[in-house]
Design a protein around this ligand. Structure first.
Ligand SMILES: CC(C)(COP(=O)(O)OP(=O)(O)OC[C@H]1O[C@@H](n2cnc3c(N)ncnc32)[C@H](O)[C@@H]1OP(=O)(O)O)[C@@H](O)C(=O)NCCC(=O)NCCS
Length: 385
């Protein structure tokens, strides 16, 4: 495989075997499997192996990866100490996670870039989020039992007890669904850093910085807040939910705001991940006392798509992955502050696979710019300006 030349016109910048996004057909293929088939059935460990190795593991390989991940969940003392200081200053979780991943460099060979390091980063990321969340609540970090799956261990690291199997499966489906997605902003960031022959930790730290922005990984928290706000307003006013949603969305769009959870740079039809996560959320809420909440969210989604179609004609603003991320992760029991960090917990497997691919096959990524500034100016000394 060879890397494509950087393209100045928004065309293909890299070649990858990791995932294929077809924005017009609404298709996502991860490691050769359609996301609808892979995400609800695979374990996260199988998906990580698939991305790193290009094939699914056999039983022995899976067991070996499971043991390596379990061992790497134990965080270095220095990282825990740093998280303690971050918690004392109430640092946002994504910033503490970025700091925590960077601190792993204290105990790693910074310039190594192999699958063993990728596995360490994948194991450490949820451990850092869990430990930091507990420190923020004034609780001591815990180490998850080695026999728990990656997804279940993450919930243990947050809540301090083994999760319900349905919650662990719901989370695992989420992690698989968002593990990789073409050349999205954070993956591109990671690949650019890796393309300079920098190190894997630097590339993951950079990717985390890109992920936290509200136009990328920061959307599910606000999407959830919108759903909650509309339901609350409808309860208070006694107006039907659909009417309340219509007024809310119209007012926000008229004020120039973006409705979080809708629109996508690549998908011009419904994001296929929304359906996978919607089905997982539906399974999780079914039969619970929160079933009504799920139905209400669907009503709000329908109204938002209709109003966006009307107020932003021709922009094809459909539901994206973040809307159902919010519902699913809420159903799993995660607080909104952990929605974006949990995206990072999933995507770190994709980032590390891209970093390895870039380091093995890629060239320096250096797209061309289009200059739109001034030219032909003459220097004027300070006294004459
Ligand atoms: C994802 C996103 C950044 C992609 O946007 P993009 O391809 O850069 O599209 P643009 O920013 O060029 O927007 C095109 C038009 O659609 C509008 N638009 C795009 N997404 C919108 C949204 N969610 N709500 C309201 N209007 C939106 C823009 O305001 C713009 O309108 P205009 O032409 O009248 O100025 C954008 O859809 C967005 O901000 N969505 C909300 C955040 C979100 O859910 N992010 C997660 C993505 S998975």
């Amino acid at each position: 495989m060879t890397a494509s030349s950087p393209s100045p016109d928004g065309g293909e910048v890299i070649e990858t075997r990791l995932s294929r996004v077809d924005g017009l057909a609404g298709e996502l293929v991860i490691g050769g499997y359609r996301v609808e088939e892979l995400a609800p059935q695979a374990t996260f460990e199988e998906v990580a192996f698939l991305l790193w190795q290009g094939r699914l593991p056999d039983a022995g390989e899976l067991e070996s990866l499971h043991s390596r991940l379990a061992a790497a969940r134990v965080l270095p003392e220095a990282s825990l100490e740093l998280l303690g200081r971050a918690a004392a200053s109430r640092m946002p979780v994504m910033d503490a996670l970025r700091l925590g991943v960077d601190s792993l460099g204290l105990t790693l060979t910074a310039d190594s870039a192999d699958e063993a390091l990728a596995a360490r980063l994948v194991a450490a990321t949820p451990a850092l989020v869990g430990a930091y969340w507990r420190l923020l609540q004034g609780e001591a970090p815990v180490v998850a039992p080695a026999d728990l799956s990656h997804a279940a261990a993450y919930l243990f690291q947050i809540f301090g007890s083994a999760p319900r199997p349905e919650a662990a499966r719901g989370l695992e489906t989420y992690l698989n669904t968002v593990v990789d997605h073409g050349l999205n902003a954070s993956t591109y960031t990671a690949r650019v850093i890796a393309s300079t022959r920098s190190d894997m930790v630097s590339a993951v730290v950079g990717a985390l910085g890109a992920l936290k922005g509200p136009l990328h990984g920061g959307a599910p928290g606000p999407a959830f807040d919108m759903v909650f706000d509309i339901i609350e307003k409808s309860n208070d006013s006694g107006r039907p939910l659909a009417d309340e949603a219509e007024a809310w969305v119209r007012q926000a769009v008229a004020a120039g705001e973006r409705i979080m959870g809708f629109g996508h740079r690549v998908y011009k039809v419904r994001d296929p991940r929304a359906d996978v996560l919607g089905a997982a959320a539906e399974r999780l809420y079914r039969g619970s006392d929160r079933q009504e909440f799920y139905r209400q969210a669907q009503t709000i989604e329908d109204v938002a798509v209709r109003v966006l179609g009307e107020m932003k004609p021709g922009r094809n603003l459909k539901t994206n992955v973040e809307f159902y991320t919010a519902l699913l992760l809420h159903g799993v029991g995660l607080p909104t502050e952990l929605f974006t960090p949990t995206f990072g917990v999933a995507r770190v497997a994709g980032w590390t696979a891209h970093i390895l691919e870039q380091m093995k096959f890629g060239r320096l990524i250096r797209p061309l710019e289009k200059y739109v500034g001034e030219g032909g100016r003459r220097w004027v000394p300070l006294a004459g300006r």
